[in-house]
Design a protein. Structure first.
Length: 244
């Protein structure tokens, strides 16, 4: 799928930091304010073709396996949940939590049922989680959040976006075969994580790998409640997605 529609957004392209593609073929623009604009088929309108989607209120990036776990819980119509950042001393911890907002069996309202670390910029192997609203009330399928599939490539924004984009435009649009050398020539000496899947030996650049590993050591990737209320830390705050 082409990136071209993302380079002609009515809101402009000045704040686009990078673009990326997911396993399903959807493409996205990552903006400087940590939001995204997707070019994909609407989740609730199958077989209608790809369209530019509304810009997210905020977007974070979670390990694709964690994203599937969180999505299954958040989209459960039989329970009421809320997706919130975990804060400590008023600052981000790099983790997100899913919290019951109503009693669910033996679990009380306020129970933290799952946590996972996140990144604030796209990286190969992570899944975009686009947030428009954090709550999924009883009976809701969680349409306030879109859980994307795993990212397969991340590209820097071309230096020129008007008219023909030359080699960079051809590569970003998927025209012809691309080598790592061609990409670097077109887009500059970019970080390893900006290369398409298959052109780089690792899935994340060194900094992202170290950061994610550090966060995973803090708590298990997915920490699900097994029943009963879990006492939330004294310094836990539901916070606001505006803080991410």
């Amino acid at each position: 799928m082409s990136y071209d529609p993302l380079f002609s957004l009515p809101s402009g392209v000045d704040d686009i930091e990078s673009v990326f593609k997911t396993a399903r073929g959807s493409t996205y623009a990552h903006h400087g304010d940590r939001t995204t604009t997707g070019y994909r088929e609407p989740s609730n309108q199958k077989n209608t073709g790809s369209k530019i989607q509304p810009r997210s209120g905020k977007t974070i990036y979670i390990d694709s396996n964690d994203a599937k776990e969180l999505a299954s819980l958040y989209q459960n119509v039989d329970r009421a949940t809320k997706f919130v950042p975990v804060m400590k001393d008023g600052k981000e911890t790099g983790k997100v939590a899913l919290v019951n907002t109503e009693n669910y069996g033996p679990q009380k309202a306020g129970t933290v049922i799952a946590t996972a670390p996140y990144l604030t910029k796209p990286a190969v192997g992570m899944s975009p989680v686009e947030i428009w609203g954090s709550a999924s009330p009883m009976g809701s399928s969680g349409s306030n959040i879109h859980f994307g599939t795993a990212i397969t490539e991340v590209q820097p924004k071309p230096s020129r976006l008007g008219g023909k984009l030359g080699v960079a435009g051809a590569l970003l649009g998927g025209a012809g075969a691309a080598s790592a050398g061609e990409l670097r020539q077109a887009a500059g000496d970019v970080a390893e994580s900006f290369l398409p899947l298959g052109l780089t030996p690792s899935t994340l650049n060194t900094g992202d790998t170290a950061e994610l590993a550090k966060r995973r050591k803090m708590l298990p990737t997915i920490d699900k409640a097994r029943g009963g209320a879990i006492k939330m830390p004294d310094d836990y705050s539901q916070g606001s997605w505006k803080l991410i």
